[in-house]
Design a protein around this ligand. Structure first.
Ligand SMILES: Cc1ncc(COP(=O)(O)O)c(C=O)c1O
Length: 458
């Protein structure tokens, strides 16, 4: 391996891995790990191409301000290149994006402007429209505009496409590729490359349920209605101006639930930690593979790393909260306990733990109250205000044991109590301590009840 002069030299030339344990029917499945780019996604490629092409044309020079509306990964690719080449960067990001991506962008020196994710194109707060406006209002700023920028597909036409064909030639060729479409740069660039160099390769689109693209491909109709979805980076409610769908003959619409469960299956079976869209692409690829009667070599893009989604789809509680994982319904208050004590899922304290430990545990798990357990018996509860009132004025008292600050007069609630019984407890500002006789089952908070009600609507 050569020693590189800059992290930018690590963009592209990503590895391909063959699936060993997933059931792909008669087909062979391969994964192209775009997650191995230095910014963790396929978008590093266009970050580089869109900035370098603008430099070559003389549109920008180091020190200038670049502006973009981005769902995150393009921002990281741009931030990486902007930082290395000395540009200022302002990014408009919809507020449904994972916190990890936003922290990452800010740490790389980008200015992040958060905007609403519940508005469509044409609304002034829509992330691309807002980015265009900021670029217009900022003297000398350059609007990157990945959705309309020909330097975006060009990165895939001259880079990703030939690279895939070269690599797959070693495996005996390529029959089909499964991809997603956000800005459509990947699809358009690959289409142009394959049209010339490998016209036999089938192009299969994986699209989130709610996006308009799958229906457009499969039926030729362009709906003016889209619904929301949670998978990040792919799916559209309009056709980007750089898009060229002419070589795409088949598309699969995949639900959020199937996407997330499939991404988890990929990690479990193949050890590949992909992002949420990887689940969508793999779910579509598996459907395609299982429909085939003759063996085919099928490549799936792993467009970004799952590291950015650890608190979402790889977090069981988040999956449960959103109804993507289910527990056996019990028909009583157990259905509302997110972290059952019996599964060792409840975060607890012992009466002898120090208050500083309690404080650290509250922060780590972002929980404002913790049950205090003596063996399997609940003996108290400690919340943020108990802790604050105890240590205020004498910080040395962080070293006192939990038993000195906890509330030990507990009102418990029997597991068979009706849900309405929770309301007066919450009204008093308390959490519900649910027991079955002597046995502590877990806590129910206001947000647990809200999540439960919301799941029932779904
Ligand atoms: C995370 C992510 N971002 C973006 C894209 C889409 O790329 P493009 O904007 O080139 O259409 C994909 C495609 O699968 C993706 O998975």
């Amino acid at each position: 391996m050569p020693i590189h002069d800059s992290v930018l030299e690590l963009i592209a030339d990503t590895p391909i891995v063959k699936a060993r344990r997933l059931d792909a029917g008669v087909c062979e499945l391969y994964f192209k790990l775009e997650s191995q780019n230095p910014g963790g996604s396929i978008k590093d490629r266009i970050g580089l191409s869109m900035i370098e092409a603008a430099e070559k044309r003389g549109d920008i020079k180091p020190g200038d301000t670049l502006v973009e509306g981005t769902a995150g990964n393009t921002g990281i690719g741009l931030a990486l290149v902007a930082q290395q080449k000395g540009y200022k960067l302002t990014l408009v990001v919809p507020d449904k994006m994972s916190r990890e991506k936003i922290f990452n962008l800010k740490a790389m020196g980008a200015q992040v402007v958060l905007t609403r994710s519940d508005v469509a194109k044409g609304h002034p707060d829509y992330y691309q429209d807002l980015a265009a406006k900021i670029a217009e209002d900022t003297p000398g700023a350059y609007f990157i505009n990945q959705f309309g920028n020909p330097d975006n597909p060009a990165a895939h036409e001259s880079g990703t496409g030939p690279e895939i064909l070269r690599q797959m030639a070693d495996a005996g060729g390529l029959d089909a590729i499964v991809f997603g479409c956000g800005s459509s740069g990947t699809m358009t660039g690959l289409s142009r490359c394959f049209a010339r160099q490998a016209p036999e390769v089938e192009m299969i689109l994986a699209d989130p349920v709610g996006s308009i693209l799958a229906e457009y491909i499969n039926k030729g109709t362009l709906s003016d209605k889209s619904a929301s979805w949670m998978v990040e980076g792919i799916g559209e409610d309009f056709l980007p101006s750089i898009s060229d769908f002419s070589r795409v003959k088949k598309a699969y619409a995949i639900s959020d639930k199937e996407s997330f469960l499939t991404a988890r299956e990929l990690l479990e079976k193949e050890g590949i930690l992909g992002g949420s869209s990887t689940g969508t692409l793999l779910a579509a690829a598996l459907k395609y593979c299982r429909e085939q009667t003759v063996p085919k070599k099928v490549l799936v893009l792993v467009c970004d790393t799952g590291n950015k989604y650890l608190s979402k789809l790889y977090n069981d509680y988040w999956m449960l909260d959103n109804g993507f994982l289910e527990r056996q319904p019990r028909g009583d208050l157990r259905d509302l306990i997110l972290r059952p004590y019996s599964q060792r899922d409840t975060v607890v304290l012992a009466p002898t733990d120090l208050l500083v430990t309690a404080y650290q545990r509250m922060k780590l798990y972002e929980i404002s109250q913790l049950p205090v357990m003596d063996g399997d018996r609940i003996v108290g509860i400690l919340d943020e205000s108990d802790l604050l009132l105890h240590v205020y004025g004498d910080e040395e008292r962080f070293r006192d044991p939990v038993s000195t600050a906890m509330a030990s007069k507990l009102e418990v609630m029997d597991v068979k109590s009706p849900i309405e019984a929770l309301l007066p407890v919450f009204d008093r500002g308390q959490v519900a301590i649910v027991v079955d006789g002597e046995r502590f089952l877990g806590l129910i908070t206001r947000i647990d009840l809200l999540n439960y009600l919301r799941r029932r609507v779904q």
